[in-house]
Design a protein around this ligand. Structure first.
Ligand code: NAD
Length: 273
């Protein structure tokens, strides 16, 4: 309890999935939470649930890819709470699942606009207020695919760029006492993942996804398992952690050989001795 007590946290994309779990955890641990999202219905649902549990939260409609909107909303959040200590750049979209010669410029702009320009704008406009508040912590939610690549070149590039931007921001913002780190989730069971599976014509079943990727943990992550990592980096417990990347991927990035999910005991085509 109270791991971020007295702090004000902005969590982008907090109406669903990882952001929702993070907002709820931050509120439970004592922060006042500003939930920003384009999904008004779920954003309002999340503040109701946080308030009912005894926490403090408010909702702002904000599209992270629109600089003017970000500037205005972050100013409003500062005016309401009088400080900003934590920024979690979590809002993001999937996309760009095709070979580069078949990917349109519009798709590149859409994914980069939200996944990279979004964190850039939120950081740009939150930093002056965080600095006035004595410093703080920025956590950028990237992805394991921003490190190893995958079959979504544009998405993976947006997350790889966010990883690099986090390290550079950590250096540039040191004199403002603002730490910047990135989180790299593996496959997490959230609405985003369900939508990707549906768009591919598949049935959004966890076992299907596990059949196509190597996850030593043998299962997908749950949003709260990512939220715990974000909470740590946001809190003063991580006061000496800066410019780092925290993988929460069930061991995926380090799996040296194909690891088959539990329901497939042996590699296909190999007869056990
Ligand atoms: P999600 O779709 O469940 O939630 C994303 C939230 O962001 C939604 O509430 C959505 O309304 C909001 N959002 C989308 N565009 C926005 C915009 N322009 N402005 C403001 N809000 C916007 O997704 P999730 O799975 O919880 O993903 C959260 C973050 O984690 C994303 O950055 C994603 O890329 C990253 N991530 C997810 C996974 C996974 O497997 N789910 C893996 C690695 C990284």
């Amino acid at each position: 309890m109270d791991r971020v007590k007295g702090k004000v946290a902005i969590v982008t994309g907090a109406a669903n999935g990882i952001g929702e779990a993070t907002a709820k955890l931050m509120a439970k641990e004592g922060a006042k939470v500003a939930i920003v999202d384009i999904d008004d219905a779920n954003g309002k649902r999340v503040i109701k649930e946080i308030t009912a549990a005894g926490g403090t939260a408010d909702f702002w409609h904000m599209d992270v890819s629109h600089a003017n909107e970000v500037e205005k909303v972050i100013e409003e959040i500062y005016k309401k709470y009088g400080q900003i200590n934590i920024l979690v750049n979590n809002a993001g979209v999937g996309g760009g699942r095709s070979a580069p010669h078949k990917t349109t410029e519009a798709e590149l702009d859409r994914v980069f606009g939200i996944n990279l320009k979004g964190p850039f704008f939120c950081t740009k406009y939150a930093v002056p207020y965080m600095s006035k508040s004595g410093g703080g912590s920025i956590v950028n939610v990237a992805s394991v695919y921003g490190i190893i690549g995958g079959d979504t070149p544009v998405y993976d590039a947006s997350k790889g760029a966010l990883r690099a931007m986090s390290k550079s921001d950590a250096i540039c913002l040191r004199k403002h006492h603002i730490r910047v780190n990135s989180i790299h989730p593996g496959n997490v069971w959230t609405p985003l993942f369900e939508q990707i599976e549906k768009s591919l014509g598949g049935i959004p079943e966890e076992s299907d996804i596990l059949g196509s990727v190597r996850v030593p943990a043998g299962r997908m992550a749950r949003p709260m398992e990512i939220a715990w990592g974000i909470l740590f980096l946001a809190s003063d417990e991580a006061s000496y952690v800066n410019g780092s990347e925290l993988l929460i991927d069930g061991g995926m990035v380090d799996a040296p050989l194909p690891v088959y999910p539990p329901q497939i005991p042996e590699a296909p085509g190999i007869t056990p001795d």
